[in-house]
Ligand binder design. Sequence first.
Ligand code: AMP
Length: 283
Amino acid sequence: MQVIHSIDALRAALKPYVMQDKSIGLVPTMGALHNGHAALIKESVKDCDVTVVSVFLNPIQFGKNEDLDKYPKRLEADAKLAESIGADFVFAPSVAEMYPEGDPLTLVRDESLESLYCGAYRPGHFRGVLTVVSKLFLITGANHAYFGEKDYQQVFLIERMVRDLNFNIKIHRVKIVREESGLALSSRNEYLSELEHSQALSINNGLHQAKELFEKGERRVALLRDVVIKSILANRGQVQYVEVVDQKTLQKFSAVLQPDVKVVILVAAFFGKTRLIDNIELN
Ligand code: AMP
């Protein structure tokens, strides 16, 4: 496995695969890889002839008061993990390599959902994500790309972008990987103290309580939201949002769910200074 830092070198390394019509899989990450990322890489290695894991902490998707500076960085360990799973290349460009002229003037934006849910609390976040993901698609020429459902709104927006802009790439969704405790794996879990970590389990616990209610026939949106909110608040979390939304459109439900809808509950909450997101599909 090779670690490559420049766009030209990556293109040169992938050219033989393109010439032979081999399938290229891309797993975009911000590094500090864990078993959630590993699941994405495994899928790509299984499906594709060659797998590229990108490790790029993309500054344009972070707000001014967010955790860009303290985000964990450990490229060597990331490369070892990627290699152990069978990745062929780690692409780890510098910010100057990706944005040689400073912040890009051309941005990819979603007009309708970029200011909902996470977008409401992280202005500019999704246009930063969609822009860098577009660049990574164009740089690698990948045929397949892998995204986790932990970032539910993100994968939804990427799928939509691919359809809207005719990217010739198949997007694969990978289920959320959790600790045994139920906490969704995240590079940001490293920020949590032991106490905050145990309190953060209330997110998944609350989501499961909502799922149980749903399975018993509860269809009132307010009640489904409330169990999640109460679980988090009872464990000293601060709720940013808990929304019951349509899996197909990501539009918010209110009042009572109709029988034929496919539902996902999206959550963002703080424990101490750490912002965590999670979700559960109610099928
Ligand atoms: P990140 O490095 O946090 O930007 O994540 C890179 C990719 O890994 C994204 O597609 C995430 O959705 C995915 N990912 C992160 N954590 C998990 C997890 N616990 N389960 C599944 N996918 C994940």
